[in-house]
Design a protein around this ligand. Structure first.
Ligand code: IPE
Ligand code: IPE
Ligand code: MG
Length: 253
């Protein structure tokens, strides 16, 4: 069934760690990281990119298949214009500086979010990185950029409504699978685990539909401080979770 959490695929490593097939990360706390050090918020975003680079490597090492990172939300437009343009330029620089490394590491990149209203040169860059990594078969790195889950669901509903209006789709045939397949994340299993850094405990409009049965782990570290030790600690916590999906516990009968 499309959209089903991929728990059954979660692999056990020799260390007893359970590795999520799909990991989602809300990379939060760049601004606070900078403020604590008397730096500018934008310095925090620069450090955050370093953390992202390391996370991609950890995911490859530990065998995560899909990594979705929240890098800019549709609500982040309410920030000061210079911070928004700094973050946009960081995405450009990340793609320019890391594309060859991503290709070498067999990483496939997908960028989800609304492209309408983005500068044409940015849209071309997004399409270019997706095309140049499309044949890769290793980690899928999904970057949620200009992404909001409610907007994603509205976009999917408009698509399905157009199919119905055109006579190509029977309303009775609209099921969970068809909705999943109409989202930006079509073809990607639902996240097994979602991590949010910086102590905040909310989704902030990240993967609402897809997170129906995700496990959540909230950590206190700000995103630039999230290192391999934090990553392993989160996996240890996740490994202890009993995912019941509405059933009864694995140890009960
Ligand atoms: C996350 O860090 C990055 C983005 C949302 C783009 P923040 O910029 O939200 O940092 P805080 O939450 O203000 O500390
Ligand atoms: C969520 O963080 C978005 C990203 C990490 C890109 P925010 O910092 O925007 O979320 P709120 O405003 O604290 O809910
Ligand atoms: Mg924040």
């Amino acid at each position: 069934m499309a959209g089903k959490p991929a728990a059954s695929l979660s692999s056990e490593t020799g260390s007893g760690l359970r590795i999520p097939v799909h990991l989602g990360v809300i990379m939060d706390g760049n601004g606070r990281w900078a403020k604590l050090r008397g730096k500018r918020r934008t310095d925090g975003h620069v450090e955050g990119v370093k953390s992202l680079r390391s996370l991609v490597e950890h995911c490859i090492t530990y065998g995560v298949s899909y990594l979705t990172v929240f890098s800019f939300s549709s609500e982040n437009w309410t920030r000061p214009a210079d911070e928004v343009s700094f973050i946009f330029n960081l995405l450009r620089r990340f793609v320019a500086s890391d594309l060859q490394r991503l290709i070498r590491n067999n990483v496939r990149v997908r960028i989800i979010g609304t492209r309408d209203g983005l500068e044409p040169s940015l849209v071309r860059l997004i399409e270019d990185v997706e095309a140049k990594t499309a044949q890769n078969t290793g980690l899928t790195l999904v970057v949620a950029f200009n992404y909001g889950a409610k907007a994603e669901i509205a976009h999917a509903m408009r698509h399905l409504a157009r199919e119905v209006a055109a006579g190509r789709l029977d309303p009775e045939a609209i099921d969970e699978e068809k909705i999943s397949a109409s989202l930006f994340t079509a073809g990607i299993p639902d996240p097994d685990l979602i991590i949010r850094t910086s102590g905040e405990q909310r989704l902030s409009n990240f993967l609402l539909w897809q997170a129906a049965y995700s496990e959540f782990v909230f950590v206190e570290e700000n995103w630039p401080d999230f290192d391999e030790a934090c990553f392993v600690r989160v996996l240890e916590t996740y490994s202890l979770r009993d995912r019941r999906y509405g059933g009864i516990g694995a140890t009960e009968s």
